[in-house]
Design a protein around this ligand. Structure first.
Ligand code: BGC
Length: 249
């Protein structure tokens, strides 16, 4: 069974056809720059271009960088503010003529890691943290998701955590791995105190540099880099759409 997965991020829209039973990509992976400004109409055009370039007809799963409830965006931290209250599913379904199912981007990455990656068969509380333009989180308890957790927006040092520890913050402040690793350790310890998780999984592009900063992690909870790296959002979005269509969610 194949479904198109699309991952919308602050800098790019990425998509590929996914075999939802194995989690493998079945087409080339396409990337289009996120339009600036990233208004609903302009993103819908880029989304349609991506779907058409892949020659896809059929269901589409879409990870979106905001709180998403029943297809509607309820926040807009790293995307144009005019998304607030917009129905992502209706907009993209009408633009492409294909059924689109949307969810939070970190939740999508979480579905992928829980089905095909480091969270597979993991019991207890698993927290996947995606580190990119923002900080996204996905929380699973005994394999079931608690959707739309926004632990990237906890307050640390009088600012929202993602301004302190995201990959954009690291680049903007030109932080060494040593400095950034220590900051991230503080963040993990904060989460540990609040949630007592059994496992942290770190996703986003920065997970490939895991060995450069993991030595600064001093908490008690095991931490692992994600297995699916940059494809987790695509695979998870497709996997979510499949499970939704199967009536499992
Ligand atoms: C948003 C989250 C999103 C994360 C990663 C945060 O700013 O609030 O909803 O998952 O960025 O894109």
């Amino acid at each position: 069974m194949e479904i198109l997965g699309v991952d919308i991020g602050g800098s790019g829209l990425k998509g590929a056809v996914v075999d939802v039973l194995s989690g493998e990509l079945r087409s080339t992976r396409l990337r289009i720059e996120t339009p600036k400004p990233s208004t609903p109409e302009r993103v819908a055009e880029a989304f349609t271009e991506l779907v058409r370039s892949l020659g896809w007809t059929g269901p589409v799963g879409c990870g979106f960088p905001a709180i998403v409830r029943q297809g509607v965006a309820h926040s807009a931290s790293n995307i144009d503010k005019s998304w607030m209250g917009r129905n992502i599913e209706t907009l993209f379904s009408e633009a492409t003529g294909q059924p689109v199912m949307a969810l939070n981007d970190a939740d999508a990455a979480g579905y992928a890691e829980m089905s095909f990656g480091k969270g597979k068969e993991q019991k207890g509380t698993v927290l996947l943290i995606t580190i990119g333009s923002g900080i996204g989180t996905a929380m699973f308890v005994n394999g079931r998701e608690v959707p739309n957790t926004e632990f990237g927006h906890l307050i640390m040092h009088n600012m929202i955590a993602e301004h302190y520890v995201s990959n954009s913050a690291r680049k903007r402040l030109d932080l060494s791995w040593d400095k950034w690793g220590k900051r991230f350790n503080e963040y993990l310890i904060h989460l540990e105190r609040l949630l007592s998780p059994d496992l942290f999984i770190l996703g986003g592009g920065i997970s490939k540099d895991y060995d450069s900063y993991s030595k600064y992690f001093k908490g008690a909870t095991p931490v692992v880099p994600a297995k699916l790296l940059n494809n987790a959002g695509i695979v998870g979005a497709a996997s979510y759409a499949y499970r939704y269509l199967q009536g499992e969610l």
